[in-house]
Design a protein around this ligand. Structure first.
Ligand code: ZN
Length: 387
């Protein structure tokens, strides 16, 4: 095992070429599945995606023929807590996720994407004094308590100046059965089921957060899990829900969210013990609501990389075809982050690529341990035979 690992490492170093031509039976470009296309990578970006016969010898310094394989954009994980939970970035990258949005942890400027995991952050979660997540996990590095609109605006400005790509807030009364955050804390302080106990941000403060964030061209994501927090988020114009809510949400609220163009980050796998998750996901999908891929990397039982189970939930509960689920983790997620062409394979896109043997329609789980991973044109993993 060590020997294999070592030889792959050496091979990866030898083949981080200036240009690279990849041939694969199938290419999913972030939007559609194609056959017979080859992809030319140059200077960290996709230079060309064309039928194989349109390339000639010498077009690239290195050719890799993947054979009966599927080439895809690297996955974009929109809900992780890498830093706070000390998840190693290189493990995540080696398992097919090339971009992570860390939503709850230390704030920093975006970095990576050039042979290392691309990491964007929201920074700390804005919440009420003694509110979630402070009540369960403390405030250090994870949360900023605010007690007034002025404090909220100041926190938003500071986070953005330090690199936050989105502002995260918590609207969590602590009443949901089956949610992973319910099992982590001291039950002496837990809210009894169905009863609101943890303090939540007032609507006027949430409105101030949203207004200040929008002034700086940032969206606001709310940790919400039950109707009372959702009502505040909707009234205040919050853009995104960081989770599919755990408790059953009345259709009227989901309809209002759809009308306000709310985006929901899935995180269904980690919330699979929640009573409302199936209902909410199915109704949201029937309403045509935007549902993007996120898994809460760092939560127990969630892989440090691509989570095929999350894709299965998107398909079974979200009524998506596989290609829709893949779009939610690639092209649509990249567009949502506002990074041009991220999550796609087309000329000019960052060369963040993965490949698996065979077709993901038959081998979905293989996405969890891809045989090829490229970040910004740098070969990180290559278990295909050298040419
Ligand atoms: Zn989270």
């Amino acid at each position: 095992m060590m020997a294999i690992f070592f030889s792959v490492q050496v091979y990866a170093q030898e083949t981080s070429p200036s240009s690279l031509l990849l041939h694969a039976a199938r290419v999913f470009d972030g939007n559609e599945m194609h056959s017979g296309l080859s992809v030319l990578v140059k200077d960290g970006h996709i230079a060309k995606i064309e039928p194989r016969h349109s390339f000639k010898a010498g077009d690239a310094s290195t050719d890799i023929d993947l054979g009966d394989a599927t080439l895809l954009p690297g996955f974009i994980e929109l809900h992780a807590h890498l830093t706070f939970r000390k998840v190693p970035a290189d493990i995540v990258l080696r398992h097919g996720v090339t971009t992570v949005r860390d939503v709850g942890g230390p704030v920093h400027q975006p970095y990576g994407g050039d042979g290392s995991l691309r990491v964007l952050t929201s920074g700390q979660i804005i919440t009420a004094p003694h509110g979630y997540p402070i009540v369960t996990m403390g405030a250090r590095d994870l949360a900023i308590p605010v007690a007034s609109e002025a404090e909220a605006r100041e926190a938003v400005r500071r986070l953005i100046s330090q690199g936050a790509v989105i502002i995260k807030i918590a609207l969590e009364p602590g009443s949901e059965a089956g949610a992973p955050w319910s099992s982590h804390h001291d039950h002496a302080h837990a809210a009894p089921h169905g009863q609101s106990a943890w303090p939540m941000l007032r609507e006027s403060i949430v409105k101030a957060v949203v207004d200040e964030a929008h002034r700086h061209q940032r969206k606001v994501s709310a940790h919400v899990a039950e109707p009372s927090g959702i009502q505040v988020a909707l009234n205040a114009g919050v853009d995104e829900w960081a989770h599919m809510p755990c408790n059953r949400i009345p259709k009227s609220l989901l309809k209002q969210a759809r009308a306000q163009n709310v985006t929901i980050i899935s995180t269904i796998d980690t919330l699979s013990k929640c009573g409302g998750i199936a209902h909410n996901t199915t109704v949201w999908s029937e309403l045509g609501g935007e549902l993007l891929y996120g898994t809460e990397i760092a939560h127990p039982d969630i892989p440090w990389g691509i989570d095929a189970q999350e894709l299965m939930y998107l398909m079974h509960l979200g009524k998506m075809k596989l290609l829709d689920a893949l779009r939610a983790a690639t092209a649509k997620a990249g567009q949502y982050l506002g990074i041009p062409l991220l999550g796609t394979i087309q000329p000019g896109a960052p060369a963040d690529l993965i490949a698996i043997r065979g077709d993901p329609e038959q081998h979905l789980k293989r996405l969890e341990y891809p045989d090829l991973v490229i970040s910004g044109g740098q070969v990180i993993v290559n278990y295909f035979d050298p040419q």
